[in-house]
Write a protein that binds this ligand. Structure first.
Ligand SMILES: *[C@@H]1O[C@H](CO)[C@@H](O)[C@H](O)[C@H]1NC(C)=O
Ligand SMILES: *[C@@H]1O[C@H](CO)[C@@H](O)[C@H](O)[C@H]1NC(C)=O
Ligand SMILES: *[C@@H]1O[C@H](CO)[C@@H](O)[C@H](O)[C@H]1NC(C)=O
Ligand SMILES: *[C@@H]1O[C@H](CO)[C@@H](O)[C@H](O)[C@H]1NC(C)=O
Length: 395
């Protein structure tokens, strides 16, 4: 199969998966997953963005995000790094929409453009308010202080499912100019108490403020404030290998109302694995005593994907202690406390950041997840790919 081909396999209408799901829907049960095991298969893959000035003039696409939308569609975002692959430099935020479950995508449009600045914008997190149907996108400016001295957090919103976006608002006026890079990944809206309805966007600071921080809104995104933080050690000092430095992160909520934040362990404190912190108060606090190291999730220090869906937790990262290769999907039947011994390799070669979403509403949505990730034969910067994975397709 050529990488650029869209390949997919439809399940026959009489498949036991559909029957189980249809029965589930008919009985109106709080349908968790239809089977007591997961056996994934990729049913569709395509490259959403290709780096190297092959299509258009953009040098490199990096930092992919994916979300469902209020209308049940998919929205993908990425940094379009205009002149080089560097984290710094000038960028656009590129976006594409799919209205058919990921099979076809709109042409790329651009949400924000920072011109030609030395230290351009950084993505970022997307969060859907399911109550108001607003979608928020949060990104940063001057995150590395190169030829600029004040970092800013910017927010834009879309009330029409991601078709158009508001002029960006400078959130630093409310939450301060401490450097903060959201995500990269999605933010959440609390579905269970405490703080049901709250919007939570977590990310990391750098330099003197290393660690994980969250921004919270209890009024549907009108006002934001800083919530809990989990600071790196030693405090306010340059870190070195072996220091505790929780970094890029992805939160998800469990049905008991707790929020789990799965974070990059930047300097491999304790292990080459993920840092996990649990908040029981809607991310008002991220207590140090709620931190654990997930030895089951070997990690080379990267932004990973995590999603709670139908009683299971799914996790994607390049599963290798030292190299960004081997993008792997794992699943947990006990809220992420342990991971099933089998796993699913999405891509063997170069793979970097990833983000997971899923749709809901249609019966077949229960069996699929979507993973967007940095994919290459040699380098993670080569392209941004999306895969649709049927979680039970191999049963
Ligand atoms: C969304 O953007 C519009 C247009 O700028 C603005 O009027 C509105 O207040 C924003 N909504 C929120 C919740 O930020
Ligand atoms: C955002 O607001 C902060 C605080 O007022 C300010 O220092 C910063 O320059 C602003 N950033 C932009 C891009 O306007
Ligand atoms: C890929 O991940 C699997 C599962 O963690 C692991 O067993 C395997 O050694 C990894 N392969 C490489 C090349 O990293
Ligand atoms: C991790 O990836 C490197 C580079 O591809 C490879 O040499 C190594 O064997 C991998 N580790 C494992 C445990 O598979």
């Amino acid at each position: 199969m050529k990488e650029t081909d869209t390949a997919w396999r439809a399940l026959p209408a009489h498949s036991p998966v559909y029957l189980a799901l249809a029965l589930c829907a008919l009985l109106g049960c709080a349908c968790a997953a239809p089977y007591n095991q997961v056996s994934p298969v990729i049913t569709m893959e395509q490259l959403l963005w290709v780096s190297g000035r092959v299509i258009g003039a953009v040098d490199t696409y990096r930092i992919p995000l994916i979300t469902y939308t209020p209308r049940g569609h998919l929205l993908a975002f990425t940094e379009a790094r205009k002149y080089s692959s560097s984290d710094l430099g000038a960028k656009f935020i590129a976006t594409r929409r799919s209205q058919d479950g990921g099979y076809t995508w709109s042409a790329t449009s651009f949400i924000a453009d920072d011109g030609t600045v030395a230290d351009g914008l950084s993505l970022g997190a997307v969060v859907v308010d399911d109550e108001t149907k607003n979608i928020f996108l949060i990104y940063s400016l001057c995150a590395h202080y190169l030829k600029c001295s004040t970092a800013s957090i910017m927010i834009t919103n879309s009330s029409n499912d991601g078709v158009t976006w508001s002029p960006p608002r400078n959130l630093s006026r409310e939450v301060g100019t401490t450097m903060f890079e959201a995500g990269p990944g999605y933010g959440i809206q609390k579905k269970f108490s405490p703080s049901k309805g709250r919007l939570i966007v977590c990310g990391h600071g750098t330099l003197n403020e290393d660690g994980v921080f969250c921004l919270l809104s209890d009024d549907h995104g009108m006002h934001w404030r800083k919530g809990g933080k989990l600071q790196g050690l030693p405090f306010k000092q340059a870190k070195k290998m072996g220091d505790f430095t929780p970094d890029e992160c992805q939160p998800y909520e469990l049905p008991d109302g707790s929020v789990i934040i799965n974070a990059r362990n930047q300097y491999f404190y304790h292990c080459h694995c993920r840092i996990v912190v649990t908040s029981f108060d809607g991310c008002d606090s991220l207590p140090l005593e709620n931190v654990r190291f997930d030895e089951g999730l070997t990690d080379p220090a990267v932004a990973a994907g995590a999603l709670y869906k139908g009683g299971r937790v799914y996790f994607t990262n390049p599963s290798n202690a030292t190299h960004r290769v081997n993008l792997t999907l794992r699943w947990s039947f006990d809220s992420g406390n342990s991971w099933q011994s089998d796993s699913f390799q999405i891509w063997p070669a170069a793979s970097g950041y990833s983000c997971i979403t899923s749709l809901s509403g249609r019966v077949e949505d229960q069996e699929n997840i979507y993973v967007i990730y940095e994919k290459g034969r040699k380098d993670i910067t080569e392209s941004i790919a999306i895969v649709k994975i049927n979680l039970y397709g191999n049963l």
